[in-house]
Design a protein around this ligand. Structure first.
Ligand code: UTP
Length: 423
């Protein structure tokens, strides 16, 4: 049997200070050796090196004072009927011309929820027993029917769990959506590192890998050829959304029309923050450019600051519903977005080869966030919508932002509107 010469690779790993990755190599059976080498070959060591020096040398995040200003959002509640119809007409026309695709990012690990399968398969306990995927599919079908055209549905998954979502779609006949309009795409994975920037082994033959964050979606769209395919098919915008909002309004024509009419490259739906300490990212201007700042990165005084109307000055909560212009993503999507580090408890293998599951954070994962592309646009078309009509996140099993609270919100809206599309 041909023996693989790993000397050049071992030298390369030593150069990058990652020699530990081959600690158990010699004792592995061939298939596991191959698996390990395959994973190692996918790693961008220069990137890991620069992220480690950028993020780990000083454990304090660099806090340079930035000029932050609120961004004006158009409040749907204050729109005249005339304006509303005008925007909806523009949106409906774009949909009827096949100019808008749906783009779901469903590659997260859903660790807080602790559901065995991908989050989209979750039944949140509605009377229909429908999963999150099915709720989205039924709303999308209604949009396609009204538009007289099937809306292409792009779905980003992570490579480790993709097969489970794909099997679920197949088992359920794609929930009645024509299978040729559903496009699964895969995002990239990133290795986790310890406090010294050493890549963590999850097992003797396995690197500790996790999805590269929802901001990995642009690379995924470009690498897999989906963005080019959209363009070829006349798609000019895509509606970006997360998997875990049980009240997701798919392809809202008002939002689409408003963004198109504004001439912006990005549309962003927001909801008014409930209270200063609500843990939601905020859309604002930073040094004059649109940006979402995470709750944890907002200085305390800005969280509480009020405006002349005695309302919170920074109140536009980001709910992960965006409209992106395809041309804009084609131009900027290739550029690397910043990575954010997350301090996590990461299973690792010790010197003796035993798997250890720590209770407290021992390492870092790196993720990109979709909204970090915002500053590259001149502005965004921000639309403030009603939380009770559009935003029921499912992050936890119980309590705040859980399947219980989301179910309650969906049922409340259903009781008021009687709209079957909701349940
Ligand atoms: P979250 O930030 O809520 O992460 O994702 P999560 O992985 O679903 O849940 P936790 O934090 O582990 O509990 C917001 C959205 O971004 C997607 C998720 O699927 C969800 O729709 N996402 C997140 C990706 O598509 N890829 C990622 O790498 C991370």
């Amino acid at each position: 049997m041909e023996k693989i010469n790993i000397t050049p690779l071992a030298q390369k790993l030593e150069y990058y200070g990652q020699g530990q990755l081959l600690s158990f190599y010699a004792g592995l059976e061939k298939s596991k050796q191959e698996q390990l080498l395959e994973d190692i070959n996918k790693i961008n060591f220069d990137l890991i090196k620069s992220l480690s020096s950028e993020h780990l040398e000083s454990l304090e995040e660099k806090s340079i004072v930035q000029k932050r200003d609120p961004i004006d959002a158009l409040d749907v509640g204050e729109l005249s009927q005339k304006k509303r119809t005008e925007f909806e007409d523009i949106g409906n026309y774009a949909l009827s011309q096949g100019k808008v695709a749906a783009f779901l990012v469903a590659g997260g690990q859903g660790t807080r929820l602790g559901h065995e399968l991908p989050k989209g398969t979750l039944d949140i306990g509605l009377p229909s027993g429908k999963s999150l995927y099915e709720l989205q599919a039924q709303r999308l079908k209604a949009v396609s029917k009204k538009a007289g055209k099937d809306v292409p549905w792009y779905i980003m998954l992570n490579p480790v769990h993709a097969h489970q979502s794909i099997a679920f779609f197949k088992e359920h006949g794609y929930f009645g959506v024509p299978s040729d309009s559903v496009h699964f795409i895969l995002q990239n994975m990133m290795p986790a590192v310890d406090k010294n920037g050493k890549i963590i082994l999850a097992d003797k033959h396995k690197i500790s890998l996790s999805p590269d964050g929802n901001g990995g979606c642009f690379q995924a769209l470009i690498q897999g050829g989906s963005l080019a395919e959209m363009k070829q098919n006349g798609v000019e915008y895509f509606f970006f959304y997360g998997v875990d909002n049980a009240l997701i309004k798919m392809m809202d024509p008002l939002f689409i029309g408003y963004t198109i009419a504004s001439g912006q490259q990005i549309g962003c739906k927001v909801v008014e923050k409930m209270n200063p300490e609500e843990k939601v990212g905020l859309l604002m201007l930073e040094n004059g450019k649109p940006k979402v700042i995470e709750y944890s990165d907002m200085p305390g005084d800005l969280l509480f600051e009020k405006n002349a109307r005695n309302r919170l000055k920074f109140s536009n909560g980001n709910i992960m519903m965006h409209l992106f212009k395809v041309d804009f993503i084609e131009q900027f999507g290739k550029e690397r977005l910043p990575y954010h580090r997350a301090h996590k408890a990461i299973a690792y293998i010790d010197d003796k080869g035993c798997v250890i599951k720590p209770d407290s954070p021992n390492g870092y994962k790196f993720e990109q966030f979709v909204f970090d592309v915002f500053p590259r646009a001149g502005g965004v078309a921000a639309l403030a919508v009603k939380r009770e009509e559009e935003f029921a996140p499912v992050k936890n099993r119980t309590g705040v932002d859980s399947m219980v609270s989301a179910r309650e919100m969906v049922m409340n809206l259903y009781k008021q509107t009687g709209d079957d599309i909701l349940i």
